[in-house]
Design a protein around this ligand. Structure first.
Ligand code: PYL
Length: 274
């Protein structure tokens, strides 16, 4: 998991309204409606679960330590979605205990390896990588007006890419995987052979030329050469840094959905509360 930097997220709390408007113009859904769709409940039904639901972000000091603004951003996203969000005054286990004592329903916490939402009442854990993969597959489904029978390329066969691939297949796409570690793709395709048929690309440039639906689930900058990407291609990129260069992002405009945290957190919360 690539570690976010403060500069990746510090603007997020103050720009969520603008972000939501932009998201709706690109995928036709607000952040809340997208996350509700992934969680399988309608927004109005979800309101019954969200109202009064207390979400506590607990800063974690292990490993490389706290990212300034990370817990604040988690709270801002949760509040934007209608949750009653707060940050624990203490960190780590003391913060977890405080969350419980302050009647939190959901705890959000991340170390350097895992970022989870834990629903203390439902005893449910939702992992950020899985939720992000699901969220971006649904987002691309929205952007494309449906994935049924359409070729879709997932670049990066890590946890985010794997869950994006499973969800895209469930939404009807014909999924091709691409990763520098070919064996990782082969093992994933074999493990899930009864669920769907996953193809494996030998060459990324060739795969980019033959796919109009692309999910970039790699932690690599500038890995997607826009010169290889078709004029109708749509790209969903949960990665940090983005796999498309700044110049490429300008050229793609609304054909690229890049988000490093908001969609994943929104899906985590809706799946935890549903
Ligand atoms: C959750 C993000 C999404 C992409 N990379 C993941 C990351 O940066 N993980 C590390 C998060 C560390 C948070 C730190 C804190 O402030 O509590 N332990």
């Amino acid at each position: 998991m690539t570690r976010l930097k403060t500069e990746d997220i510090c603007q997020m709390p103050d720009t969520l309204e603008t972000y939501d408007r932009d998201l709706k113009s690109v995928i036709g859904l607000s952040l809340k409606d997208l996350a509700c769709r992934v969680a399988g409940l309608g927004p109005s039904a979800m309101d019954g679960y969200i109202t009064g639901c207390r979400v506590c972000a607990v800063p974690v000091t292990s490993g490389q330590g706290i990212i300034n603004n990370f817990s604040e951003t988690l709270c801002a996203i949760a509040s934007h979605l209608g949750f009653d969000a707060f940050i624990s005054r203490q960190t780590d286990i003391a913060g977890l205990s405080e969350a419980f004592e302050e009647n939190a329903d959901i705890v959000l916490a991340s170390d350097d390896d895992r970022f989870v939402a834990i629903h203390l009442g439902h005893r449910q854990v939702v992992d950020n990588s899985q939720a992000t993969g699901r969220g971006f597959a649904f987002a691309l489904d929205q952007m494309a007006g449906g994935l049924t029978s359409r070729p879709l390329l997932v670049v990066g066969c890590g946890p985010v890419g794997q869950h994006a691939a499973l969800t895209a297949a469930a939404l009807g796409a014909r999924v091709t995987l691409c990763d520098l570690d070919w064996a990782c793709c082969r093992d994933f395709a074999y493990r899930h052979r009864h669920y769907a048929e996953f193809s494996i690309a030998d060459s990324l440039p060739a795969a980019l030329r033959t796919h109009d639906l692309i999910i970039d689930a790699t932690p690599a900058a500038d890995i997607l050469d826009v010169q290889s990407i078709g004029p109708a291609a749509l790209i969903a990129a949960p990665g940090v840094p983005c796999g498309v260069s700044a110049e490429g992002r300008k050229m793609l405009g609304p054909r690229l959905l890049w988000d490093t945290l908001r969609i994943g957190v929104a899906v985590m919360l809706m799946e935890a509360v549903a």
